[in-house]
Ligand binder design. Structure first.
Ligand SMILES: Cc1ncc(COP(=O)(O)O)c(C=O)c1O
Length: 400
């Protein structure tokens, strides 16, 4: 059936035919609650009418030209995004991995320009930055890297949320030029650092002359209760990467920068055929306008608190539930046992969830989630988790 496709994914046995808001319907007509939004992509939900209109109108006039020429929609989106993010400049690409590639290239070129011959980027354990060779090398997960050696050199890894380790790395290595971190680790298990982690990292980067590069691919675009998660810390990174929610499903990524980092890339140093096309930029501009008009980051914050309170009430203190945590609509329910099979059980029950880091049920519902839908999610998922825990006492505290 799917034989022509490379076996990159263990796909679930379902094909979706259409969507609306938080709902998806499969080809047989069964309805599903999408609590994952295509892994944090469709923040405005499926088939948003304004996104649909922007796509159709733009497709009817101009889809692609080239970065050989000026692109009006790219300039407009660039103005909007840099102003909102407090950045000076932006480079548009097509995915999160590409946005991080651009960031890593900026860090290296910036360092070379300052006479550091073999610069390194400080990265963290359990991080995820993408699947290209440089970004998988930056990623703190051996499974992502295994088999692809030799890895790209020039990364120094420290535990996440550990500033002492950053100081030790700085003391031992004079070639570190930048730090690349997620404000909350998504793939790594919805790991939320200390409230002032980014603030103190900013201070350390300033002290050492490093660029602070924040990977907002998953946390950005309103997901965690701010348009960009770092805004909750009141800091300004040097480089910010975005993708996922920026196009609500239309592929677009962005690498933003301010200060000296914004002036590093010059003609001939970087580029892309597709990045920042009229179509991609028109869609992203529409997504941002809706996010702003409806202040969906505030809504995400309120709905996130509602969900956390609901899950706490239904699952808090239950044996087998280790922690319920989240910020905005980026939520993790950690169990004391591997729980990957919950994904298929939820699918059967008409609910789309994800399990990451083996034991963490990850929820990234659309930001437009309404309270009644949130209540439904709490009810349905809590029932599934309780049933799973009852059925699998044997898995408790088994190997990771
Ligand atoms: C924090 C983070 N960075 C980068 C990426 C890679 O993005 P993409 O899959 O669009 O290349 C992801 C994807 O999950 C991510 O969560």
């Amino acid at each position: 059936m799917s034989e022509p496709l490379m076996a990159t994914y263990n796909r679930l046995p379902v094909t979706f035919a259409r969507g609306e808001g938080v709902w998806l319907w499969d080809t047989g007509g069964k309805r599903y609650f999408d609590a994952l939004s295509g892994i944090g992509v469709c923040g405005l939900g499926h088939a948003h009418p304004a996104v649909q209109q922007a796509l159709c109108e733009q497709a009817a006039s101009l889809v692609h030209t080239s970065n050989l020429y000026r692109i009006g929609a790219q300039e407009i989106l660039g103005e909007t995004l840099t102003a909102l993010a407090g950045m000076d400049k932006v480079f548009f690409c097509n995915s999160g991995a590409e946005a991080n590639e651009a960031a890593i290239k900026i860090a290296r070129l910036h360092a070379h320009n300052r006479g550091i011959e073999r610069p390194a980027v400080l990265v963290t354990e359990s991080s995820f930055h993408g699947r290209t060779l440089a970004t998988l090398s930056a990623t703190g997960n051996r499974r992502v890297q295994a088999g692809f050696e030799p890895l790209v050199q020039g990364f120094v890894r420290v535990p996440y949320d550990d500033l002492e380790a950053v100081e030790t790395a700085a003391a031992n290595r004079s070639n570190i030029a930048a730090a690349l971190v997620e404000p909350i680790q998504g793939e790594g298990g919805i790991n939320i650092p200390a409230d002032d982690y980014l603030n103190r990292l900013r201070e350390l980067c300033d002290g050492y002359g490093w660029l602070l590069m924040v990977d907002e691919v998953q946390t950005g675009m309103g997901r965690t209760g701010h348009l960009f998660s770092y805004q909750g810390n009141g800091i300004r990174p040097d480089v910010v990467t975005l993708a996922k929610g920026l196009g609500n499903g239309f592929p677009i990524g962005a690498c933003l920068a301010q200060g000296p980092a914004a002036r590093v890339l010059v003609p001939g140093t970087h580029g892309t055929t597709f990045g920042g096309s009229p179509l991609a930029c028109r869609v992203a501009q529409t997504v941002i306008e809706i996010l702003r008009r409806e202040r969906l980051w505030d809504h995400a914050s309120a709905m996130g608190e509602h969900l956390l309170a609901g899950f706490e009430q239904r699952l808090g203190g239950i044996e087998g539930v280790t922690e319920i945590r989240g910020r905005g609509l980026m939520i993790g329910i950690e169990l004391d046992r591997p729980c990957g099979e919950l994904v298929a059980q939820a699918l059967e029950a008409g609910l789309l969830i994800n399990v990451t880091a083996e034991r963490v049920v990850r929820l990234l519902p659309p930001l437009i989630l309404e309270q009644t839908e949130a209540d439904l999610l709490v009810e349905q998922l809590s029932r599934l988790i309780l049933g799973f825990l009852r059925a699998h006492p044997d898995l408790a505290a088994s190997g990771s």
